[in-house]
Design a protein around this ligand. Structure first.
Ligand code: NIG
Length: 391
């Protein structure tokens, strides 16, 4: 006789406002939710809630999906607060700052890198981030990039290979691209599902970026691009040409770039904390949405341009300074991030609380998600559940 699967269900009641990200009704009031074996099994008005094995009353608080942070660089060592301060005093951010983190990262032990990564992952989780991507990119040798990828794969949910972050000091750019697209890619392949390239002045030009994306695609990796951060450039158009899942930063976009994004499935991932910390103009979030593009919001946690894991900060900034509505910003930081990681649909979808999705959720110390803008800077996440289990 086959063993019967033990199904356990839990009813969450007392939800003043539930954000589902269902296109029909993104938010609903006086709602309830049933979780079965880590998956959302029922969502609806509290008055219609079915019975379950156990129940939890959240007593008038808001519940929403956990944040999906689709862009971070958290395998690193060292501190760049001096560079940061110099920037506040007027020095421009340049891709070259990455080299100092590369030196510190190479000098660190596995344990040191893991400890920093775990600290940041835990900080994010307790502030509501239930799914997190991170990138390599501070190793820049075959061994060091493989080490970063291995360490990341043990801690985060999605790992991206960013060997093409900058050309290491003293190396010829084309030789380095051959290394990235050959032995380095092979070495990291078991640990990563994405490849990324920093297609920017001071990093990789159009032809080099194209080589990286083509090699990644041939190796079966999903594609991501860092583009249009420090000036106009080829990043967006390359992302569209290669069918990348996402192009990230997008501070400097032409009308043709916005149009290309609007007519493609490429997600524009915007990084408001980074925009503020580098004093770049905000990415044109409103224009992108009005044109019909899909956007995500992410933390870009890294030691150089955005040393924060706070998705709440990204949302508050997007609403108060970039012209998004609360619903648009919440969607971008949850389902938008899931879309940028190819995980918004299908079984175990993340970024939404609809039937069949993962029960990755956060309870807010507030009756509504509008409090992210209404009470800027006040930490609102008071409980987090991952796959239906409180963390
Ligand atoms: O996304 N733009 C490239 N990479 C990072 C910055 C990394 C650094 O400066 O250390 C970013 O902002």
């Amino acid at each position: 006789m086959p063993e019967r699967l033990q199904v356990t269900s839990e009813l969450i009641t007392g939800i003043a406002e539930l954000t589902t990200n269902d296109p029909e009704r993104q938010r609903m009031n006086d709602a309830a939710l049933v979780i079965e074996n880590g998956i959302v099994a029922w969502v609806g008005p509290a008055s219609h809630a079915p019975a379950a094995d156990t129940s939890k009353d959240v007593e008038g608080l808001a519940v929403m999906p956990g944040w999906v942070d689709s862009h971070s660089h958290m395998v690193f060592a060292g501190d760049r607060s001096e560079e940061f301060e110099a920037r506040l005093a007027g020095k421009k951010y340049e891709a070259g700052g990455i080299h100092s983190t590369v030196e510190a990262t190479r000098a660190a032990t596995d344990n040191q890198l893991t400890a920093t990564l775990l600290r940041l992952r835990s900080e994010a989780l307790h502030n509501g981030t239930t799914w997190m991507e991170t990138k390599t990119g501070y190793g820049l040798t075959v061994e060091e990039e493989q080490r970063s990828a291995r360490i990341a794969a043990d801690v985060v949910d999605d790992v991206t290979f960013l060997g093409a972050h900058v050309v290491p000091r003293g190396m010829d750019a084309d030789e380095y691209v051959s290394l990235v697209t050959g032995p380095m890619l092979q070495a990291v392949r078991p640990y990563v599902s994405w490849i990324d390239v920093f297609a920017e002045r001071g990093a990789f030009d159009e032809e080099q970026s194209r080589a990286v994306l083509a090699a990644g695609a041939a190796a079966g990796l999903g594609l991501r691009v860092h583009g249009n951060q420090l000036g106009y450039g080829p990043g967006v158009q390359l992302a569209v040409e290669f069918g990348a899942a996402s192009v990230d930063h997008c501070n400097h976009l032409t009308a043709a770039d916005i149009d290309a994004l609007a007519n493609s499935d490429v997600v524009a991932t915007l990084l408001p904390a980074c925009d503020l910390c580098t004093r770049e103009p905000f990415a044109p979030a409103r224009e992108l949405l009005d044109a019909g593009a899909t956007i995500a919001l992410a933390s870009n946690c890294n030691p150089g341009t955005s040393y924060t894991t706070s998705m709440q900060y990204a949302v508050t900034t997007a609403v108060l300074q970039m012209g998004l509505t609360v619903d648009e910003a919440i969607w971008a930081a949850t389902k938008g991030g899931a879309t940028a990681l190819g995980r918004a649909d299908g079984p175990d979808a993340i970024g939404s609380l609809t039937v069949g999705s993962r029960a990755d959720l956060q309870v807010l110390e507030a009756p509504s998600v509008s409090h992210f803008a209404y009470r800027p800077g006040v930490p609102l996440t008071c409980a987090v559940w991952k796959l239906g289990i409180p963390v």
